[in-house]
Design a binder for this molecule. Sequence first.
Ligand code: SF4
Ligand code: SF4
Length: 248
Amino acid sequence: MSKPRAGIFGLTGCAGDQLVILNCEDELLDLVSLLDMRDFLMAASDNDTACDLDIALVEGAVFSRRDKERLERIRQRSAMLVAIGSCAVWGGVSAAERNGGLAGLLDETYGTQGRDYDATEAYALHQVVKVDLKITGCPIEKHEFVAAVASLLNGDPPVYPQYPVCTECKMRESNCLLIEKSIPCCGPLTVAGCGARCPALRIPCIGCRGPAADANAESARQMLAAKGVPEHDIRQRLRTFAPTGGSA
Ligand code: SF4
Ligand code: SF4
């Protein structure tokens, strides 16, 4: 059986998710042997930019007309399109709310020259094209990426946790920052998969993986209120990474 033809692409983002893929040291040779990697600019200078693909993995948000055209072209080329990283899944920091909107952002960053730049409002990939699979995280977790590729090669849909970071925090027996220290932590509302990395280091979760489908939002709201944590603090944090809503 021929190997699936794959491409990995970056739109507006920091390239952190592509770096995670390149940093899969122990699995990289297996990935290369199982996939026919045709188009991956970060890893190779000689790419086939026109061939049809079986799988396209796309990082970053749509933040310009060029991004939109590239994404639509990738979608045309590929049988399956996978959004990788919170920017691609949720819109990410590019789509975070700002005073003054896009015009204000361009003015503040580039002065009057910014008005000539090819910039649009920011969108998650599913707001522009059909997305077949989403792998969230800022950046994605290596183990979730490898498991997703293994599942896809096996013909199975990957399974991800729907429960919140809090659950992983309890599983590793970390002390709760919210209950014990009244520190605003987005763990109760954020989708698990990172192993509750930040609370384990005594750093509150800032919601970088986006909202959890199974989160008990009302219970979290009551607990935060009882701890004197303003609801809009948590809302603002969650909207930094997942301003577009939807589901991971
Ligand atoms: S999701 Fe995070 S790591 Fe990925 S491109 Fe966006 S900012 Fe970078
Ligand atoms: S604990 Fe929260 S902020 Fe930290 S990696 Fe996990 S989801 Fe992201």
